[in-house]
Ligand binder design. Structure first.
Ligand code: 1PZ
Length: 214
């Protein structure tokens, strides 16, 4: 599972989650989605068994990129602007998916829940013992976050895919940030920013009662 020569580093990918927060604690959608694009690229490198996950992530990133590059792009510069715009325009399905099945609000909510998984997973990876099992860390983080929103069949497929993950050391290696110590240090630097983005989004969605969007 050695990283390909010239392969990109997870350090740059995670930097997207630092860059996306402004001084006013707004979340810029451009760098946020860039971070997600990088994560998907990384996920694809882990094997074809993860493609059912990356396909769904890509579909959601694409929906958001279309808004961000579309006619109303000004309204989609930040997460805060998007929520304001979509809610005031009645562009969000609140009860069931009907007229606006792919609103920015419901699409970001799925990514936001996955960001919680990422946070738990990277925290687990960072603090685990050297001989810890990546797949156990991944399964625990998944069960403590995303699993609650997935039907049985998705949960099963996810756990099967997790079993193929390499050992902790090999996983830290494919992150391509140097040796295990450097990778752990990088995670220590990156995690506060991921937590911050998660926290800001969570607060915004709570305020507007958007945490259960269909
Ligand atoms: C390192 C190992 C990576 C494990 C990734 C853990 C996430 C498992 C998620 C499995 C879900 C895949 C199938 C898609 C399910 C969709 O139904 C849901 C809800 O969307 P809706 O149906 O309401 O439109 N989609 C999601 O929950 C979004 C999942 C995004 C996952 C992104 C993972 C990025 C991984 C980065 C790896 C470093």
């Amino acid at each position: 599972m050695a990283a390909a020569p010239g392969a990109f580093s997870l350090r740059e990918v995670l930097a997207g989650f630092q860059e996306c927060v402004t001084e006013q604690r707004e979340v810029l959608l451009g760098p946020y989605l860039c971070g997600w694009r990088g994560l998907v690229r990384f996920l694809n490198g882990l094997g074809a068994i993860f493609s059912f996950i990356s396909k769904d992530a890509v579909a959601k990133i694409q929906i958001m990129e279309n808004y961000c590059g579309g006619e109303r792009r000004e309204e989609y510069r930040t997460l805060q602007a998007m929520v304001r715009y979509e809610l005031s325009g009645g562009l969000v399905d609140l009860q069931r998916r009907s007229a606006h099945p792919d609103s920015g609000c419901r699409t970001v909510l799925r990514l936001h829940r996955a960001l919680r998984w990422l946070q738990l997973f990277l925290e687990g990876l960072r603090t685990a013992r050297q001989d810890a099992s990546t797949s156990a860390i991944c399964t625990d983080s998944y069960n403590a976050s995303l699993a609650a929103y997935h039907p049985w069949v998705v949960r099963k497929a996810a756990v099967v895919a997790f079993c193929t993950l390499p050992s902790r050391d090999a996983f830290l290696e494919v992150m391509n940030v140097g040796g295990p110590e450097e990778a752990v240090e990088m995670l220590g630097d990156a995690l506060p920013h991921i937590r911050n983005v998660y926290g800001i989004t969570q607060e915004l969605y709570e305020q507007h009662h958007l945490l259960d969007l269909p």
